[in-house]
Design a protein. Structure first.
Length: 66
């Protein structure tokens, strides 16, 4: 379901991260909530793609449904 998000106890203390990075989902969501744009995030984290950022939002939304 969340192909671009990984949760590994050995990476970032098991926090959900963008797969293949150590960038936590909560960091991406917080930056967006504080007014950063997707373009800002890509500039800050050049390894990210637009789809990674959208995957973070989808992941956060799925947690809010529970």
């Amino acid at each position: 379901m969340h192909e671009r998000i990984s949760v590994d106890p050995k990476v970032c203390h098991g926090q959900a991260c963008v797969k293949g990075t150590r960038i936590p989902v909560h960091q991406i969501v917080a930056m967006l909530a504080n007014g950063d744009t997707i373009e800002d995030l890509i500039e800050e984290y050049p390894s990210l793609e637009r789809e990674d950022i959208l995957a973070c939002l989808r992941y956060a939304a799925s947690l809010a449904e529970e």
